[in-house]
Design a protein around this ligand. Sequence first.
Ligand SMILES: NC(=O)c1ccc[n+]([C@@H]2O[C@H](COP(=O)([O-])OP(=O)(O)OC[C@H]3O[C@@H](n4cnc5c(N)ncnc54)[C@H](OP(=O)(O)O)[C@@H]3O)[C@@H](O)[C@H]2O)c1
Length: 328
Amino acid sequence: MYLASASRYRDMEYRRCGRSGIKLPALSLGLWHNFGHVDVLDTGRGLIRQAFDAGITHFDLANNYGPPPGSAEENFGRILRQDLAQHRDELMISSKAGYTMWDGPYGDWGSKKYLVSSLDQSLKRMGLDYVDIFYHHRPDPDTPLEETMSALHLLVQQGKALYVGLSNYRPEEARKAFAILKELGTPCLIHQPKYSMFERWVEDGLLDLLQDEGVGCIPFSPLAQGLLTNKYLKDIPADSRAAKEHGFLKVDDITAEVREKLVKLNDIAKERGQSLAQMALAWLLKDGRVTSVLIGASRAEQLKDSLGCLENTIFSLSELEAIHDILG
Ligand SMILES: NC(=O)c1ccc[n+]([C@@H]2O[C@H](COP(=O)([O-])OP(=O)(O)OC[C@H]3O[C@@H](n4cnc5c(N)ncnc54)[C@H](OP(=O)(O)O)[C@@H]3O)[C@@H](O)[C@H]2O)c1
């Protein structure tokens, strides 16, 4: 039987999510990879326990996480029932809809039909009455924004989600969506963009917008799917995401130019007394506009390593300049 650590809230930092009542842990755990039916359930179960014991209260899912799609929610539901049922009120659980989930015209994008039925399916898979955050996963160029935002608002009114979020929305479309949600009476809690040392588009307007609007920010793929760690410095380990057939990181992404940057960044990390992963996470957390950093992990040692980033999230000006020069 699992007994949660009594000291689980001792070392984690909790940051306020925009101008809401919610605080999120500085690190949250995502279940995009490593929790599907293709993965070993006990490894995932161990990671969830380890995360919760370290004060990670936020677990991020989506309808399509697996593979196969839906299986991460099924597995998470199983783990919740087995280990965390009595801790439900200590958890922030999110899900999303927006990418292809089922065949036909109603299993994708941003219609009310898709969002409402998808969340019903997610709740069944996880065995939950409600999710804490429900996201529209990506903007839909063809569905009126009013319809998608009204669907999010409806789900909150129905008690199936407590808060709503947007993911992958660029500043201009996010601004419009925030205004509609505010008007409806369901302000957007949080935005989930891709943001790492290697992907910095959010610095060009989105972070400022989120601060002005009082919306939280939870960057995903903060390690660029594992690139910003020491594992690809020399070769491509057989058990890494890049080597896996179903992984979204491709061998071709690891170019000589990328490796050269990684080696230089790794030298700075060493000088700071951190692993490269720790420095990459700390580099995001140095910005007060970032509420929580949404990490993934395939094994316990990685989660332990990543949690170590919290010991030093301060950068000197010369470190920041050196990193900036490397990133280009
Ligand atoms: N909203 C969206 O559109 C969207 C899209 C993508 C992701 N997300 C969310 O963001 C979460 C995180 O994304 P991500 O998995 O790409 O994040 P990430 O933290 O950039 O990459 C995680 C992967 O890096 C490796 N890793 C992690 N920590 C390590 C460490 N300390 N040392 C060495 N290797 C380490 C592991 O890969 P190996 O398999 O190589 O061990 C792990 O699975 C997802 O689970 C999901 O919740 C959202």
